[in-house]
Design a protein around this ligand. Structure first.
Ligand SMILES: [Mn+2]
Length: 382
């Protein structure tokens, strides 16, 4: 049976600003996205991919910088043996002055869907290639449609950016339901938009999937990330997931109750070891909960030093401090007065988190040098 080898990717978001991260970390992440793209190009060569499907949001913005678009076009031109289909998404919609509309600027092996649902035949691949492109950041009418032209000996393969919704639901991002997919008559539907990977799914005779974003774009995009690749023939879909993320976003929570400082750090390292990428490449958010004592309390500076092998770390300290007044030097110490006054104010305003933080920082000041430079949400760098 005739089959075609495909690589299905989506949501690379090249040029994303990573504005929530410090500028040097954000610059590294921008490089990581370019690296993921170039890795996809390399896979097309090594895996002899005949059809590369890019299901939207290849770029993070409507008008990415020339240096970026030149890099992308050169890379695509470097795999002339692979046919490339791009379906613009809501982030890189084919608006009137979109780079996708400068047809001369794209290599001959690239086809961009810059409008409504349509197809082109690629007889050499035995494929009828379907797709649609966003022409605006919103696309509230469904683009996928039934067509009698799917009645062909060619394989019907479709690429588009679309939001899979429940029947009766709504979306401004090209809504599609399983029922619509089933009726589409496709052999494979390559979707983009949802950044969390789906399994290879099936609606009736139609296989479909979301590969997700190949590099996480924030702490809500955790775990292994990558693309789908493999062979498709009529009634058969043999795609496998290929992880290519350079780094992993991780959310690490530790209940500090009863733990020493070093034990808390060990727990964090244990979680880091469970990930497949090197801990030096991870972006972690550490949330501490439970009760700490002055001795076990972890300052941002302590965490930064103890986890200096991690690429990027942000500490969210939600612990409650178990405050013990001085007993050795009698009751009337500066420290005890501070504790008493702070406790009174906390009792008056129990919901004011800044008072609890002030208590923690003040107690730290009695014990050690305090070089506290900002809120708990600031990160520290390896
Ligand atoms: Mn996206």
């Amino acid at each position: 049976m005739e089959s075609v080898s495909i690589l299905h990717c989506a949501d690379l978001h090249l040029g994303a600003p990573f504005s929530g991260l410090p500028s040097n970390i954000a610059a590294e992440r921008a490089n990581d996205l370019r690296r993921a793209f170039l890795k996809i190009i390399e896979l097309c060569k090594t895996e002899k991919i005949q059809l590369l499907l890019i299901a939207g949001d290849l770029f993070d913005s409507l008008h990415p910088p020339d240096a970026l678009t030149d890099m992308v076009r050169n890379a695509l031109a470097s795999i002339p043996g692979t046919f490339i289909a791009i379906a613009p998404g809501n982030h890189d919609a084919a608006v009137f002055d979109s780079l996708y509309r400068y047809h001369d600027g794209w290599p001959r092996n690239v086809y961009v869907f810059t409008g409504g649902f349509s197809y082109l035949d690629i007889p050499v691949l035995n494929v009828r290639l379907w797709g649609a492109g966003f022409t605006n950041i919103y696309q509230d009418k469904p683009m996928l449609a039934e067509s009698r032209y799917t009645d062909t000996p060619l394989l019907n393969i479709c690429v588009m950016h679309a939001d899979l919704i429940q029947p009766g639901g709504v979306s401004q991002y090209n809504p599609v339901t399983e029922e619509m997919i089933e009726k589409s008559g496709m052999d494979y539907l390559a979707l983009g938009h949802i950044h969390k990977r789906s399994e290879i799914r099936r609606a009736g005779a139609v296989y479909f999937s979301y590969p997700g974003s190949p590099e996480g774009l924030g702490f809500d995009e955790r775990g292994e990330r990558g693309v789908y690749l493999g062979e498709i023939s009529r009634g058969v879909c043999e795609l496998r997931f290929y992880a290519l993320n350079r780094r992993t976003f991780m959310d690490i929570g530790v209940d500090t109750t009863g733990l020493q400082r070093q034990e808390i750090i060990t727990r964090i390292h244990d979680e880091l070891r469970a990930d497949k990428v090197r801990s030096a490449d991870n972006l972690i958010r550490v949330t501490l909960t439970g009760t700490v004592t002055e001795e076990s309390s972890i300052s941002p500076e302590y965490a930064a030093a103890a986890l200096s092998d991690v690429f990027y770390m942000v500490l969210s300290d939600q612990t409650v401090m178990d405050v013990q007044p001085d007993t050795i030097r009698g009751d009337f110490t500066l420290r005890n007065i501070f504790i008493k006054k702070m406790q009174e104010r906390i009792n008056q305003n129990p919901s004011d988190e800044s008072l609890k933080l002030a208590m923690k920082l003040g107690l730290r000041a009695f014990n050690e040098k305090v070089g506290y430079t900002g809120s708990d949400s600031r990160g520290s760098l390896a």
